[in-house]
Design a protein around this ligand. Structure first.
Ligand code: IPM
Ligand code: MN
Length: 354
């Protein structure tokens, strides 16, 4: 198969981890006889430096004309420390999600047996955790209007807005996922306070009638934050709005032992995007220490979701599992015997080719 892939390394550690993702693609290409065309695009702070726009049209065109997008990370401290900056790198990520219609962010959370000890949580709680969060990605408070400041600058406001069709499509997708899994969906909201959450509950209840085999329950987000840590094994599919999903998936990453491990797929109307859930980790930029596994596992998700190549995805996951078993890992997972980002990438690529 020939695959045309848009590569957007982005900021901070983005380029270093992306390099490992590409290595892994090439190893898969050799082993399974695939050909790739990689085309690079700018996004985030890098794109602001390049042309003043964090998601330039040329990058959008590149994504639209590709079979899949691999995305690194976005963000730069020079903007974080300047709340007055009008153009921000994160706007690039949000623009990409909106323009590509990426309404569903799929974030699987599974524990690797060899990392159970790395998790700060008790072993019996994290063993065999296996759930997936479907985070709505193009609505809610991230995009709602009005958003801004009063003229005197002393008041600021954001709006959370959801339309029926936005809730329907993501809840339906959650039910489809559940049908392939343990047939349980937990809708996370704050329906005791928020009007948008009450709309979610109403619509989710309707959609669940289309899936009689799926058991749906509802949970307030504060309670869900607690239960996720208290009893992570009880979840199968979680579906939630944009910001709750953002927060809960960072929390969920603690269960697995490192934020650097979690991959994601953003799917929707145009080309799908595959990216690790972590940020740009600017303190580690250029040091060759960041964990590339989130990116490498996102490449596995790409083969599975964008190209329906399950054996290729499995080969990557197996190689990752072996690297963990061999303790061939970056410093976030092993202080005494840390390997570099590129060493881990080489090891995994080598394991796939063998
Ligand atoms: C994520 C990130 C982004 C988000 C930021 C960088 C805007 O935290 O992908 O989870 O909040 O969606
Ligand atoms: Mn986040």
């Amino acid at each position: 198969m020939k695959m045309k892939i848009a590569v957007l390394p982005g900021d901070g550690i983005g380029p270093e981890i992306m390099e490992q993702g590409i290595k892994v693609c090439q190893a898969i290409g050799k082993k399974f006889n695939h050909e790739f065309e990689f085309n690079y695009g700018v996004v985030g702070a890098t794109a602001i430096d390049d042309c003043g726009n964090p998601f330039p049209d040329k990058t959008f065109e590149l994504c639209k004309n590709s079979d899949a997008v691999l995305f690194g990370a976005i963000g730069d401290p020079k903007y974080d420390n300047d709340p007055k900056a009008k153009i921000r790198p994160e706007q690039g990520l949000l623009a990409m999600r909106k323009q590509l219609g990426l309404f569903a962010n799929v974030r699987p959370v599974t524990t690797f047996p060899s990392l159970i000890e790395t998790s700060p949580m008790r072993k019996d709680l994290v063993e065999d955790v296996d759930f997936v969060v479907l985070r709505e990605l193009t609505g809610g408070i991230y995009f709602g209007k009005p958003q801004g400041r009063s003229e005197d600058g002393n008041t600021a406001y954001d709006s959370s807005v959801y339309h029926r069709y936005e809730v329907e499509r993501i809840v339906r997708l959650a039910c489809e996922y559940a049908m392939q899994r343990d047939k349980r969906v937990t809708v996370v909201d704050k329906a005791n306070v928020l009007a948008t959450s009450r709309l979610w509950r109403e619509i989710a209840g309707e959609i669940s009638k289309e899936y009689p085999e799926v058991t749906m329950d509802f949970m307030f987000v504060d309670n869900a934050a607690m239960q996720l840590i208290q009893w992570p094994k009880k979840f199968d599919v979680i579906v939630t709005e944009n910001m709750f999903g953002d927060i809960l998936t960072d929390e969920a990453s603690v269960i697995t032992g490192s934020l650097g491990l979690l991959p994601s797929a953003s799917i929707g109307q145009l080309t799908s995007v595959f990216e690790p859930i972590h940020g740009s980790y600017p303190q580690a930029k250029g040091k060759n220490i960041a964990n590339p596994l989130g990116t490498i596992l996102s490449v596995a998700m790409m083969f599975e979701y964008a190209f329906k190549l399950n054996a290729e995805a499995e080969a990557i996951r197996n190689a990752v599992m072996h690297s963990l078993e061999a303790n061939f890992v970056t410093e976030d997972l092993s202080k005494e015997n840390a390997r570099t980002t590129s060493e881990v990438g080489d090891w995994i690529a080598g394991a796939i080719e063998k």
